[in-house]
Design a protein around this ligand. Structure first.
Ligand code: NAD
Length: 494
């Protein structure tokens, strides 16, 4: 089973073993099922991958529990854990071309962006988080209870964590979660998206090569309704960290109530990108275009609502439209492509539905076209003459589609930018330091970029307000979500 079906590009890497990774072994699913994975550049079958069912998830959780309790990872000297995680970061970089190629085959994104963006970001997470393994400190606490006490806190691993990731940055988002989970001494069951399972399986292999003990990182590709649901509801999983849609996040919250799992959620967005009248327009226009079109717009942080001050509105519309028209859309292995195909047939149908809707709700200033056969391509599209109530302005499209709306004053644009159920990210372009701070303070979003957009770093916390989620990824703060704080109170005698 699980031999690659096609390897369509001369530059594409070999797909390798597509079986589950449980307890350090590559294994078929218990029911022997596989699922098809498609190449979004052509719509053709790419390979078949072993499908984890509930029984396989249970096996993986048991392996992770054994690995946690027997302690080869949790009880390892922090500096040794750190060295292994650093080595895994190095291995990702050594295999950057292979991993980037797998991501392009599976997700469709341009190879150069996958290799130099996604893979290097994932490696950066392991390098950064390796440093935290030796810095998980507690505190000594002076208490006022009568008598003499020595009271302190310890930070301990939570236990077995289930990590569920989406298809838009399959390796990078897996690293956002796996790296801090492992740095803190947890053991992991990772469920990649059924649409893009390949790099997660390779990550699991490279983790073993780096020296992570068997059973510490298990990888179980499968469908959300079966494998994802089984992991979320499993009574022996202590924590779930999920990235995906807000609707799935709700289902996960409910499923996690059984054993009161700790839950972290990184969900959807409809992020405003505000161009003030005093902005450096050249930088703002290019930055706003990249902020929506990078990664085919398949980014939770995409700046999909551009608000331009009325004094510069026409110039912004012309500039972003020209940027959209100048983008080459094509096969991710073609070096001239800046945008690849969307990830799947279903997602292409969703996004093109919004392109058709936007044509009714407003005016097409650029793009508005898409492929109807072969690969799942959509032209970068700009809508104008829409309102704050238009569905294309309110709903997450998750494609290369942006609306540009005019505004007249700062209070007004803050109110309109915040008028959304989401609160993930926002952008502000201005030459005034007071406007920058004032607007950054007032926006209800987990990250605000000023005179830049889409800057991510392993050291920068990332996550959402409102329905964009619970908790944060990256930065030192994420370790709070992967550790328990234990208070030890010792009576010293009279
Ligand atoms: P999705 O919610 O459909 O799926 C995400 C993952 O959840 C997949 O692995 C899927 O198999 C699994 N899943 C689905 N149903 C499940 C269930 N009932 N129980 C457990 N697991 C289940 O999302 P998607 O379509 O893969 O990704 C797109 C969405 O992800 C967008 O809404 C986007 O905004 C969001 N996203 C958010 C961030 C962030 O950091 N906030 C980052 C990337 C993507």
């Amino acid at each position: 089973m699980s031999t690659p079906v096609v390897s369509p590009h001369a530059d594409a890497p070999a797909i390798g073993d597509t079986r589950l990774l449980i307890d350090g072994q590559r294994v078929d699913g218990a029911e022997g099922r596989t699922f098809d994975v498609f190449n979004p550049a052509t719509g053709e079958l790419l390979t078949r991958v072993a499908e984890a069912r509930a029984e396989d998830v249970d096996r993986a959780v048991k392996a992770a529990r054994r690995a946690f309790e027997s302690g080869p990872w949790r009880d390892m000297k922090p500096k040794d854990r750190a060295a292994i995680l650093w080595r895994l970061g190095d291995l990702l970089l050594e295999h950057a071309a292979e991993l980037g190629g797998l991501e392009t085959l599976d997700n469709g994104k341009p190879f150069v962006q996958a290799r130099d963006g996604d893979v290097s970001a994932a490696a950066g997470l392991f390098h950064y988080m390796s440093g935290w393994a030796t810095k998980l400190e507690g505190a000594t606490i002076p208490i006022s209870f009568p008598g003499s006490f020595h009271t302190y806190t310890r930070r301990e691993a939570v236990g077995v964590v289930g990590l569920i990731v989406p298809w838009n940055f399959p390796l990078t988002i897996a690293a956002w979660k796996v790296a801090p989970a492992l740095a803190a001494g947890n053991t992991v069951v990772l469920k990649p998206s059924e649409v893009t399972p390949l790099t997660a399986l390779r990550l699991g292999e490279l983790a073993l090569e780096a020296g992570i003990p068997e059973g510490v990182l298990n990888v179980v590709p499968g469908f959300g309704a079966e494998a994802g649901a089984a992991l979320t509801a499993h009574p022996d999983v202590d924590k779930v960290s999920f990235t995906g849609s807000t609707a799935t996040g709700r289902a996960i919250l409910q499923a996690a109530t059984g054993n009161i799992k700790k839950v972290t959620l990184e969900l959807g967005g409809k992020s405003p990108d505000i161009i003030m009248g005093d902005a450096n327009l050249e930088a703002a226009i290019q930055g706003a275009a990249d902020g929506i079109f990078y990664n085919q717009g398949e980014a939770c942080a995409a700046g999909s609502r551009i608000y331009a001050h009325r004094s510069v509105y026409d110039e912004v519309v012309a500039g972003v439209s020209a940027a959209a028209e100048s983008i080459t859309v094509g096969d991710g292995f073609d070096p001239s492509s800046f945008i690849g195909p969307l990830v799947s047939k279903e997602h292409h149908q969703k996004v093109t539905g919004y392109v058709d809707l936007g044509r009714e709700e407003g005016t097409v200033a650029a793009g508005g076209t898409y492929a109807t056969e072969g690969g799942y391509y959509v032209a970068p599209t700009v809508f104008t003459d829409v309102t704050d109530q238009s569905r294309v302005v309110r709903e997450e499209i998750f494609g290369p589609v942006v609306s540009i709306l005019p505004f007249d004053d700062t209070d007004e644009v803050i109110r309109r930018a915040n008028d959304t159920r989401y609160g993930l990210t926002a952008g502000v372009w201005t030459e005034s330091i007071s406007t920058a701070h004032r607007v950054a303070d007032a926006l209800r979003a987990g990250t605000v970029w000023v005179n830049c957009y889409g800057v991510f770093d392993a050291a920068m916390p990332f996550g959402g307000y409102k329905e964009s989620g619970w908790g944060r990824e990256m930065g030192g703060i994420v370790l709070d979500d992967y550790t328990e704080s234990k208070t030890v109170c010792i009576r010293l005698g009279d």
